[in-house]
Ligand binder design. Structure first.
Ligand SMILES: [Mg+2]
Length: 316
């Protein structure tokens, strides 16, 4: 049971032993939990970024790390159709971290808190071998909370922004060679996840289900479909990417479509909804929900694209 998702399934079953709790509106296994502690209910989520697992100190500054960790955590609140209001930060600080680096980390967190309008209200400091940043975010739904379950056959699949740019940015940092003029915005896209408060507010009223893209579009949409007991068909030619995505991917030896669909760390929002201008105004239509389970990708002729063969590892 070393698989992250198998462990989450086990945890969900373990804590269901506590029995039904009418205050628990959304429990383990979604982007965030929703608890009815009064009106409105509270959305709560936690995310940890670990040195050498989620980031390398030589590839990101402390300030950038703080900003990135915070927005990535808030993304789960936006994915519930909510807006953040407060956050707690727990830091593990290695002895080698200087006071300057510590203050830079805090400035990055503070900038993200201001940008997302979530006040940092407390936290915890601890020593340790590796730098870790744990962010708990509390928020409230704009309307009703939007969970991963609720998508129905015939609903369209929308995504905000573009896909794959963060994965390209990280690959560029690791490759350390290509012309920075052409590629800087990809690196920025990895370091600075998008602010999706407007999309979250918009989707709150119209979405049947939503998830944010942390592990890659195919995987995260797969979680949404599994929770909704449906499947999806995506159109390869409708996947939104940055202008020079294909050429930069090719220069890096990456498959452009697979990088967009499976790259991860985009922190864009995928949501499903009946077709409407309002939904289309929030993002790009990339496919449709189907009764048949599983996520498929088709080309312009409707023929299946074999993403498994392209190297996509299916976890569920
Ligand atoms: Mg998420």
């Amino acid at each position: 049971m070393h698989d992250e998702f198998a462990r989450i399934e086990w945890l969900r079953a373990r804590f269901e032993l506590h029995g039904a709790d009418e205050r628990l509106l959304v429990g383990i296994g979604d982007d965030a939990a929703v608890i009815d502690l009064g009106k409105p209910p509270v959305i709560v989520t936690v995310d940890t970024q670990v040195e050498d697992v989620h980031f390398r100190r030589d590839l990101i500054s402390c300030r950038e790390l703080g900003y990135r960790a915070f927005v990535a955590a808030v993304s789960d609140v936006w994915a519930m159709g909510g807006l953040p209001s407060a956050a707690l930060i727990a830091l593990t600080l290695p002895a080698r971290l200087s006071d300057h680096e510590f203050r830079e980390l805090i400035e990055g967190l503070a900038e993200a808190a201001e940008s997302t309008r979530a006040r940092i209200v407390g936290g915890n400091l601890s020593g340790g071998e590796l730098l870790t940043v744990t962010t708990s975010v509390f928020g409230a739904p704009v309307h009703e909370p939007v969970a991963r379950k609720g998508a129905e056959p015939g609903h369209l699949v929308y995504v905000t922004g573009t896909l794959g740019a963060a994965a390209v940015g990280l690959a560029l940092l690791e490759a350390d060679g290509l012309d920075p003029e052409q590629t800087n915005h990809f690196v920025e896209r990895w370091k600075r996840p998008p602010l999706n408060d407007r999309a979250a507010t918009g989707l709150a009223k119209i979405a049947s289900a939503a998830v944010d893209v942390s592990d890659g579009c195919l995987q995260d949409l797969g979680h949404l479909c599994k929770a909704s007991l449906v499947g999806a068909t995506l159109r390869a030619d409708s996947i939104p990417t940055e202008n020079s995505h294909d050429s930069v991917c090719e220069a890096l030896g990456l498959d452009p479509l697979l990088t967009a669909l499976a790259g991860g760390e985009d922190y864009e929002l995928i949501f499903t909804a009946p077709a409407s201008n309002e939904a289309a105004s929030l993002g790009t239509t990339i496919g449709e929900i189907t009764a048949e389970t599983g996520v498929r990708v088709v080309d312009t002729h409707g023929a299946l694209v074999d993403v498994q063969r392209k190297g996509f590892r299916h976890f569920s």
